[in-house]
Write a protein that binds this ligand. Structure first.
Ligand code: ADP
Ligand code: MG
Length: 597
């Protein structure tokens, strides 16, 4: 007894379907992503229920998705052997909107067809996205655990209603049969399907199979004919199946099962970099917001690193389904060089960029990922130089092979990305202290850019109260500045800052670990207790003696200089220019001038 019944869609579904079928799509291929992701979910559900009831697997324990097409019938079919649906489930799940994401989405629709079409393109609307390319969808399914006679066929033309009937279906799971519209016939092509699947579903951990095709020459009709006398050839199905996705969401696998080479290979596929990464971190984060992060630091800066509009390099997945590239909401701008994958279990599949910006979960992910990158860098910094020299007792320190591999990497990282990292001082107040510890500079005792504020502090002279620095265009200019004379004479280290962003970045950093930062080119340099009494006295006397000269100079330079004074900062040079304490530095002034301001 066939029990065919016609049922109406829930009002919201009808409204949604109307939109799906009557709007133009900028992004119609997303239907395949949605349907494959449903197939993958269905397999996940079976896997889960099967934990307590292995009979559900019947005689087909290998879960998979098969994509087939029939050119003559103009159908594209996506079949999975997952949990399947009972008749009631098909009615409930395909006839109503159960998921919150879609309801949110519906709430955002404006009624303006063009605008809404754009929205739909961004969102993807789950199962109903099939109607982007199909004017009729047939779903055949049988739930795991039910008998073959308890299968269901669901058919709809995407208007107000759908039909359901009972069928016999030996195979567990679901087939979604799309009867393609004339304008969607490009999906009756293996190459096109593979391309779309590679783009969106490569990292679904389930194998996606397609039937192999091979070229067959047309039949020989007349050998004397000018084009060889053959009918046109074509691709024919071979009956063999091949897995067309990588079928491994690398980041979902346990760390211990992944080799360094696999991590490096994966990095290359997602970054399009041909070099191996400098380092990476792979973690599952549990708590209020659950996600997996696999974050890489490249070895080399890309040519367009300086473009702050450049998109971040982190891809967002939701439960192994690719959502978007360059998810800028997941990484602050100053970490735009980081590549990787973040896979969240908590975000809806149809999340848009706009929604990402507002999501609390996304904020939590971004903070967690930022901290992770900073700890990766701290770890590299810690292992940057190893004391390989033998100890006094002649025994060489035991150095972990892992630690050894990190040697020199921070210096390498810093020469590629250090300047970008400095942007963080102005961008990420919450992590400013951690960032400050990661900064490195050249100094009057080191041409190499390896001196951190902490190293500097450890070497400070008795009685020294500030961290001294100078900014200049080049290392040579910094080193030869007359402003350094007194510091050299007294053996006080001065940090030499030559990055264009230094000046700007230091506006956001006034001290390090309680010690103020002081530019040697600003105001009166007060060396405090480092200056002995005799020097101070000599300076005061000189100031007195030179009063008339200073007055004349001041008058002569009145349009050019704010003040002229006697200084103790010079040793060999007769004069130097300084800026007032609160003034813009000469370096910054030059930069702004260059920028045309
Ligand atoms: P979502 O996947 O976000 O729940 P969809 O619109 O994509 O929303 O799918 C609606 C529901 O239909 C799913 O939650 C599921 O219950 C059911 N469904 C869709 N495709 C399948 C399938 N291949 N196997 C089993 N159930 C499915
Ligand atoms: Mg879905």
């Amino acid at each position: 007894m066939s029990t065919k019944q016609t049922l109406s869609f829930q009002a919201e579904v009808a409204q949604l379907l109307h939109l799906v079928t009557h709007s133009l799509y900028s992004n119609q291929e997303i239907f395949l992503r949605e349907l494959i992701s449903n197939a993958s979910d269905a397999c996940d559900k079976l896997r889960f229920e099967g934990l307590n009831n292995s009979a559900l697997f019947e005689d087909a324990p290998n879960l998979e998705v098969r994509v087939t097409f029939d050119k003559a019938a103009k159908t594209l079919t996506i079949t999975d052997n997952g949990i399947g649906m009972s008749q009631q489930e098909a009615i409930d799940h395909l006839g109503t909107i159960a998921k919150s994401g879609t309801k949110d989405f519906m709430g955002r629709l404006s009624g303006d067809q063009k605008q809404d079409a754009q929205l739909i393109g961004q969102f993807g609307v789950g199962f109903y996205s099939g109607f982007i390319v199909a004017d009729k969808i047939t779903v055949e399914s049988r739930r795991a655990g039910l008998t073959a006679e308890e299968g269901v066929r669901w058919i709809s033309g995407g208007t107000g209603d759908f039909e359901v009937e009972t069928i016999t279906r030996a195979q567990r799971g679901t087939s979604i049969i799309l009867h393609l519209r004339d304008d969607a016939e490009e999906y009756l092509n293996a190459w096109k399907l593979k391309q779309v699947i590679a783009k969106y579903s490569d990292h679904i951990s389930l194998p996606i199979l397609m039937e192999k095709e091979e070229w067959k020459d047309g039949e020989l009709i007349n050998p004397n004919d000018e084009n060889g006398g053959r009918q046109p050839g074509g691709m024919v199905k071979t009956g063999e199946w091949e897995t067309i996705n990588k079928a491994s969401a690398l980041w979902t696998r346990p760390k211990k099962d992944i080799t360094e080479e696999q991590y490096a290979e994966f990095y290359k596929t997602i970054s399009h970099d041909h070099e191996a990464p400098l380092t990476w971190a792979h973690n599952r984060v549990e708590g209020n917001t659950e996600y997996t992060q696999l974050l890489y630091i490249p070895a080399k800066a890309p040519f367009d690193l300086w473009n702050r509009d450049k998109k971040a390099g982190v891809k967002l997945y939701v439960k192994r389904v690719f959502i978007m590239d360059d998810a800028e909401a997941l990484m602050p701008t100053y970490l735009r060089f980081v590549k990787g994958v973040i896979d969240s279990a908590d975000l809806p599949l149809n999340v848009s960029r706009e929604l990402l910006q507002e999501s609390r979960d996304v904020r939590a992910i971004r903070e967690g990922s930022t901290k992770r990158v900073l700890s990766m860098l701290e770890d590299l910094a810690k292992h940057d130089k190893h004391d390989t020299a033998a100890n006094a007792d002649g025994v060489t320190d035991v150095v972990d092979a892992d630690d050894k591999a990190k040697e020199g990497k921070y210096t390498q990282f810093y020469s590629e990305f250090g300047a970008v990292l400095k942007e963080g001082l102005g961008e990420d107040f919450g992590n400013r202290e951690r960032l400050a510890k990661l900064l490195r500079f050249a100094s009057t005792t080191s041409d190499a850019v390896t001196v951190g504020f902490a190293d500097y502090k450890a070497r400070m002279k008795e009685g020294q109260e500030a961290i001294y620095y100078i900014t200049a265009d080049t290392l040579a200019a910094a080193k030869n500045s007359p402003q350094l004379e007194v510091f050299k004479k007294k053996g006080i280290e001065v940090l030499l800052m030559t990055d264009r962003v230094d000046e700007w970045a230091l506006n956001y950093l006034h001290e390090f670990d309680g010690t103020p930062l002081q530019s040697v080119a600003k105001g009166a340099v007060d060396l405090g207790t480092l200056q002995d009494e005799a020097e101070k006295k000599a300076a005061e006397e000189a100031a007195e003696a030179f009063k008339p000269v200073l007055a004349k100079l001041k008058e002569a330079l009145k349009d050019k200089a704010e003040d002229v004074r006697v200084t103790t900062r010079l040793v060999d040079s007769p004069a130097c220019l300084v800026v007032q304490d609160d003034g813009m530095s000469t370096q910054l002034a030059r930069m702004l001038k260059q920028a045309g301001q």
